[in-house]
Design a protein. Structure first.
Length: 341
């Protein structure tokens, strides 16, 4: 994976009076208990100066949380610098972070050059994405800079005064215990810790997230705003999304590209989804009845999958009365052996 270029941003958006994050922080959109906890942690952490460790499952928009911390804090007018720590070329990553290696530099402080990301982050925020991927030597230098709060930039001692924010996958403690990630750097970062929930922990937020993502896609493309029907949003909310926001956004990108309707219905949404089910064979005769039955089966299968094949829970979501549960499943060819009460 290539190293991401430096990103410099100035605060433009802030949360509303309810504390709900605005358009600047996609991961913080919603009102579920899980995301409310993350919102509160961000709100509290923004007022502090200590390091912050953001843990988030794969596919999360973790950078939006780091940027939200920056724009809410007292460094919002200064630089926001992001560095992705995954790199096939550790030497290039080292040059990106610290710049050219100075010869005969004094050993009292870490030495960096003015074109380095460390120098660019002065007085602002330095965000290290997937920090556990940093090579050991870079970890040691970052830990020392965080400890000293000062570096030599092109030979001159300068106070860094940046806030160090980093992200990692859940279970980062195992990396520390295995000595793959420095304990002293972990301690400095985890003075404040924000655990970003997966979409599976906040299913009730998926409809509002999907609506927001679709609006962003339309704005990026400069096209007329589009929307989902209520049934389409219910279907999106019924799925598990193990790939989190990345997977959700990819699906919405696919349906936005393949459909031109201003209001996206379930019929346009289904082909863009990658549901874990065997397709129902039927001849594409074009009759409405066959199409309706196929859609009904795929929708019910998606809801059952969401509820781990618990028929009672799925029936409640679908509004199916008890006597009709198994009759409906049998009619649509859904395997009865998988269903549980």
């Amino acid at each position: 994976m290539e190293i991401m270029p430096e990103t410099l941003m100035v605060a433009e958006r802030h949360p509303d009076e309810s504390g709900r994050a605005d358009a600047g922080a996609l991961e913080l959109v919603g009102r579920s208990p899980a995301v409310a906890r993350a919102q509160e942690l961000v709100r509290q952490a923004a007022t502090l100066n200590s390091g912050v460790l953001i843990t988030a499952p794969s596919g999360s928009a973790v950078e939006s949380v780091a940027h939200e911390l920056h724009i809410r804090g007292n460094r919002s007018a200064a630089a926001y610098v992001m560095v992705a720590c995954e790199a096939r070329d550790p030497a290039r990553l080292d040059r990106l972070l610290f710049g050219a290696q100075a010869e005969n530099a004094p050993a009292d402080l870490e030495s960096v050059s003015s074109e380095s990301r460390v120098a660019a982050a002065k007085d602002g925020t330095l965000f290290l994405q997937n920090v556990t991927e940093l090579p050991a030597s870079a970890q040691a230098r970052i830990a020392r800079i965080a400890r000293d709060g000062e570096v030599r930039i092109d030979g001159a001692p300068v106070a860094t005064n940046f806030r160090l924010v980093a992200s990692a996958l859940p279970g980062v403690e195992a990396e520390v215990d295995a000595h793959r990630f420095r304990e002293d750097l972990y301690r400095r970062l985890s003075a404040v810790r924000i655990d970003v929930p997966s979409l599976g922990e906040r299913a009730e937020d998926i409809p509002v997230l999907a609506t927001r993502i679709l609006a962003d896609i339309c704005a990026d493309r400069g096209v007329t705003p589009r929307s989902f029907t209520h049934a389409a949003l219910e279907l999106l909310g019924a799925l598990t999304w193990p790939g989190n926001l990345t997977e959700l956004r990819d699906a919405i990108e696919r349906v936005a590209s393949s459909s031109v309707e201003e209001v996206i219905q379930v019929e346009q949404l289904l082909p863009a989804l990658q549901l874990e089910r065997a397709p129902v064979p039927f001849a594409p005769s074009g009759y409405l009845r066959e199409a309706r039955l196929r859609f009904e089966r795929e929708y019910i299968a998606a809801v059952l999958q969401h509820h781990r094949w618990r028929m009672a829970d799925a029936a409640h979501t679908l509004g199916i009365q008890r006597p009709n549960r198994y009759r409906k499943a049998r009619k649509l060819g859904i395997p009865l052996a998988r269903l549980v009460e």
